[in-house]
Ligand binder design. Sequence first.
Ligand SMILES: [Zn+2]
Length: 367
Amino acid sequence: MSTGGFPVDVNATVGGYLRDLAFVQPSRQQMFGYKRAANAILALEAPLTALLDADGRLPRIAGIGPASSRVILEVIETGGSSIVEQAVDHAGQRADIDRRRGLRNHFLSRAETLRVLRDPSYPGPRLEDYQGDLQMHSEWSDGRNTVAELAAACQARGYRYSAITDHSHGLKIAGGMSMAEAAEQRRAIDEVNRAPGVSFRLIQGVEANIGIDGQLDLSASEAALFELVLAAPHSRLRKDFDQTARLIAAVQCPFVRILAHPRGRMAGSRAGVAADWGLVFAAAAANGVAVEIDGDPSRQDLDYTLAGRALEAGCLFALDSDAHGVGQLSYAETALAHARLAGIPVARIVNCWPLDRFLEWLNQTGG
Ligand SMILES: [Zn+2]
């Protein structure tokens, strides 16, 4: 975590301490205040150490009050925070905070993501290698934007193609689409693709839910109506028991192309699925299923350590934002940073391929 008292990803470290402080507050209002402060730090584009003035003072940062500032300066100076540790002990929540700290490993702050993208010494994909996003949610399930708005935002980012992947009908909690709605959505997507003078392809995908035994909430005939099927776990993400068989069953399903947020972990909250990842990755590789690096800052799933194991197992990768609004498309950059840290070659990343090759891969077994 630190080199010579200096944290490597200082914003992630500070954000973690502010989150600790949030969880030991006596009131919900105070809790939200520190959570907001933590999120503000994690979203900064520069490391805090670069923002200090000549006298070691912080600039004004929206969402950061005097109490948070004291913690920030203490962490920068000492690498830790006696203020936070005392608050944790005072609240009698040492065990809960230790548990949460154990669930914050290998998460990158926004500043660290940008540093990794800029640093030429990493061998993995560059931003300009990235051809399009393969996990985005629209108003057809739990996203905020229309498919046309998402397509326009993707084009503004220079993408050549992207996939809308709303939740399928089994995931009611996320507003999963009925098949009738999916047919209607297809017409909206076709309209985007018919727009004159645009060399951008919008793909109709779907995020299918992996049930407890590995079965999906889409039949083969339903899946065939989509161009791209992602499969992802959304339940039993806080259990210790082994779920290797569940994930292997999902990647062996012939119409699945991408295993999305494979663990289902959530920063500081849950570990996600426990599995023998060597076996899961071997099954994904054998079936030509890409494993996803989901760049949502609270997911970062797979992270670079597991992605490195998937690379050794011979897997393909998809790097996605999991955006639920156009403002979150930049989350794909977090996924790119993990891929760079894991040293994943561009050739292994399906959404670094040109459109023709990508569509060919989609049509090989799935779609
Ligand atoms: Zn999901």
